[in-house]
Design a binder for this molecule. Structure first.
Ligand code: ADP
Ligand code: ZN
Length: 515
């Protein structure tokens, strides 16, 4: 069932040239294609723009039969369809909006399609399985494969139906593709889709020409104006809500530079016009919600600024990744406030039980990125499973290291307070105990009798909150759904004096200490 097509060059590079006109594979494309041609199931994790589609489209053309592509969105499918057809690939979609169903089915059965795009819910339909069994399938390609995982940020229950379908065609190899998968999600995708662990191929995620900077938001308008002044080239400012997009676009546009808004609430023709103006411009700024940027081809974006915390590290990476596609120096600046985290934690409480754990882990990872005193790029790349050097020389923390202080002793005090109060109290209560505030609750529980009561000095007290966040970011403290803190990770090692803890001095403390 798995045969090369006689009319296409058997060598992948020759076929690449013949079908796409490209001279060479990029990054890990050749590894992925080689595995697929070897009939081995694979999970390819490649950043946006790395050329994922080619890794199934090329084998689809090289092999007899049809590659069935599962894709979560009709709009995505139609984009793919257009570009595949533009390369002379015989492709079709099978969706609820297609009018050429009968023709598509006839071609599919006759083996005259290289690619058939379908939505995941089709997998559960018995007549689809029957249809597949009467055709010749060369490959299952699962696009946006993170949708199969509850750990992923975009879980689609229908993706779980793919496994039983594919198991019915066990001889057909599987190629799962995603741009966004942390370690947890990857392991889950492998398991959910029945791909062996040695089938994981991860492309390099580093974007060395992007300089990352993450800074507290004190005066966003002034901060954004400064970013614009320092970066005269095209830029994107991401804001969380439509109202904020409108307001910021107006305020930033008052400077004379062309600034336009973009969000899903604008009329389609306005959106299209603003997008076209941005793509054509050499100095325009687009203020937008995350609805902006998907599929936009503008290589010379010089800066991406976030006016608030993004949803996840994946989102941050994807959004900042729109800067500097041409390889020239570019910047990514994130302005964040503690209130961003408070709101995000509140949203956690509104979620389904099944999603809370994954979303909390995502938020903790983001906190780790924001609060690190170390290299931002290292945190990002480690998140994507790479093993980067400790310092990159091209992020805010590498360029001007923040002052941090050894807080190991204080951490031991905080952790013992957590332990001695029974690992269920929130930060506020622990702070009172440690600083010796005997309010009603402290007295009622007898916490004023503990050895940790009042052991933190007035000088150290202002560090406690940052320390608690840092310990949560590294997993030494774990918050339950009510904010109660328990020991986790390396907490015991810290308590035993086997691990140390550094904490970035909050600005106020730094001034107070006169450092
Ligand atoms: P992804 O899905 O990973 O975001 P795409 O498949 O859309 O990326 O590819 C991004 C762009 O790179 C496309 O314009 C594609 O034609 C181009 N591309 C992919 N592979 C190659 C290659 N080997 N050589 C040159 N261009 C390539
Ligand atoms: Zn760095």
């Amino acid at each position: 069932a798995f045969e090369p097509r006689p009319d296409v060059p058997a060598d992948p590079v020759d076929a690449l040239h013949a079908v796409f006109g490209f001279n060479a594979f990029r990054g890990v494309q050749d590894q992925v294609v080689a595995r697929v041609l070897d009939r081995r199931s694979t999970l390819a994790v490649m950043p946006t723009g790395a050329g994922k589609s080619l890794t199934y489209q090329l084998p689809a053309v090289m092999l007899e039969g049809t590659c069935v592509v599962v894709s979560p969105l009709i709009a995505l499918m139609h984009d793919q369809l257009r570009s595949a057809r533009a390369n002379g690939i015989r492709a079709a979609t099978l969706t609820s909006v297609d009018t050429d169903r009968e023709a598509t089915l006839a071609k599919f059965r006759a083996g005259a399609l290289d690619l058939l795009y379908v939505a995941p819910e089709r997998a559960s339909q018995p007549h689809f399985r029957e249809l597949l069994s009467r055709a010749r399938i060369s490959l299952f390609a699962i696009d946006e494969a993170h949708c199969v995982s509850e750990w992923g940020h975009d879980f689609r229950p229908d993706y779980r139906l793919l496994r039983p379908l594919m198991d019915a065609f066990a001889e057909v190899p599987r190629l799962a593709l995603t741009a966004t998968a942390d370690r947890h999600t990857r392991a889950d995708i492998l398991e959910q889709l029945g791909i062996p662990a040695d089938g994981l191929i991860v492309a390099g995620f580093d974007r060395p020409n992007i300089r990352y900077a993450i800074t507290p938001r004190d005066n966003p308008l002034r901060q954004l104006k400064q970013i614009m002044a320092e970066n005269p080239g095209p830029g994107i400012v991401y804001a969380p809500t439509r109202a904020q997009v409108e307001r910021l676009a107006e305020q930033l546009g008052a400077q004379g530079r062309r600034v336009l808004p973009y969000h899903a609430g604008l009329a389609a023709d306005v959106r299209a016009a603003n997008q076209a103006a941005f793509v054509a411009s050499e100095d325009m700024v687009m203020v937008a919600t995350v609805a902006f940027g998907m599929g936009i081809d503008k290589p010379d974006v010089r800066f991406v600024a976030h006016a608030a915390l993004p949803k996840s590290i994946e989102g941050y990476y994807q959004e900042t990744g729109r800067a500097g596609r041409d390889g020239d120096p570019s910047v990514a600046v994130l302005l964040w406030g503690a209130d961003d985290f408070v709101r995000a934690r509140q949203r956690l409480g509104e979620l389904d039980e099944s999603r809370i754990v994954g979303e909390r882990a995502r938020l903790d990872a983001l906190a780790g990125l924001v609060e690190t005193a170390g290299c931002r790029r290292a945190v990002l790349l480690r998140h994507f499973g790479e093993d980067p050097p400790a310092s990159c020389g091209n992020c805010d923390n590498c360029l001007s290291p923040p002052s941090s202080t050894d807080a190991t002793e204080l951490a031991r005090k905080l952790l013992s307070a957590v332990y001695r109060t029974g690992q269920s109290y929130g930060f506020g209560h622990l702070e009172k105990v440690l600083t010796g505030v005997s309010d009603e609750r402290v007295l009622q529980r007898g916490h004023d009798q503990l050895s940790v009561f009042g052991i933190v000095t007035a000088e150290d007290a202002p560090l406690l909150r940052a320390l608690s966040r840092a310990l949560q970011a590294r997993g030494s403290l774990i918050a339950n759904e009510h904010g109660g803190l328990a020991l986790g990770g390396d907490a015991r090692a810290i308590l035993k004096g086997e691990a140390s803890v550094d904490v970035i001095l909050p600005a106020k403390v730094e001034r107070g200490r006169g450092r």
